[in-house]
Design a binder for this molecule. Structure first.
Ligand code: HPA
Length: 275
């Protein structure tokens, strides 16, 4: 049994439509730890708090505001999620990615996702930016578990190119233009909220991961299912557990996000200009 019916997604979309009039969003953006401020830079903004949208959940994680902002950014019609839902907050994966389908119904065909994550690749450094080329999410269920809603996509969706190759090329060009070094790698999803153990990080490395984090993969699976193009970036906010002889802390993640603010937002904006 699917928890949400197509009618519920439609109800949420209709409620938002009533607030944004005939504005047509094209690019949905889910901004992770520390990048939510981009939502404040949207021009001609119409903010819709999650609490005012039927069936929406609120995000409880620190640094996540809990509203959708519609408007333009670098000339693109965007719908910015200031604050995402995480599984560790107690939400199901279907709830975590609920908004993606609603934004699809509102007309978005592209999803830009950002997150902060631990750096697994020993050759790289904390503070580096990574273009997500693929992800690993093999533990716990899929956001698509349950009855399939064929209005969104097929029962068994292809996942060979979840992170759209053409958009990855856009990101490379944007990074080159701005002289921002951009790593490319695989993001491995862990449910959290505890950071990984050193053994789990070693496991992630041999599995082929370059970064470990607690978000993004559920929303991207849902976006791929409903035919959206996806562009994903990770701020490698810290070396993953066990690499350095120091404990991980949320403060370290937030500080890294603050330090990378200009570089990260510049890159995302440059990509928007090229979409
Ligand atoms: N692990 C998981 N999630 C994270 C990390 C990490 O090291 N850093 C920021 N988010």
């Amino acid at each position: 049994m699917s928890q949400y019916s197509f009618a519920q997604y439609q109800e949420s979309a209709d409620a938002i439509r009533a607030k944004i009039g005939d504005f047509q969003p094209k690019v949905a953006m889910i901004l992770g730890s520390g990048l939510g401020f981009l939502g404040d830079e949207v021009e001609h903004p119409i903010a819709v708090p999650y609490a005012q949208i039927p069936h929406f959940k609120v995000s409880t994680a620190p640094g996540h505001k809990g509203q959708l902002v519609f408007g333009t950014l670098e000339g693109q019609a965007v719908a910015v999620m200031q604050g995402r839902m995480h599984h560790y907050e107690g939400y199901s994966y279907e709830e975590v990615s609920y908004a993606v389908r609603v934004l699809r119904l509102l007309g978005c065909d592209t999803l830009v996702v950002t997150n902060a994550a631990g750096c697994v690749n020993r050759e790289w450094s904390a503070g580096d930016l990574m273009l997500i080329t693929d992800h690993i999410k093999i533990f716990m269920e899929s956001p698509l578990r349950g009855e399939n809603l064929p209005q969104f996509g097929p029962r068994f969706p292809d996942a060979s190119h979840l992170y759209t190759p053409a958009l990855r090329e856009v990101a490379r060009q944007a990074a080159a233009e701005l002289s921002i070094p951009l790593r490319e790698g695989v993001y491995m999803y862990f449910p959290g909220p505890q950071y990984e153990t050193p053994a789990e990080v070693r496991f992630a490395r041999v599995a082929g991961a370059d970064a470990v984090g607690m978000s993004t993969a559920p929303e991207v699976i849902t976006a791929g299912h409903c035919g959206m193009q996806v562009l994903g970036f990770t701020l490698l906010s810290n070396m993953a557990a066990g690499i350095l002889d120091q404990p991980l802390s949320e403060q370290e993640v937030l500080d890294a996000a603050e330090a990378a603010r200009e570089k990260f937002s510049g890159l995302v904006r440059a990509c928007l200009r090229r979409l």
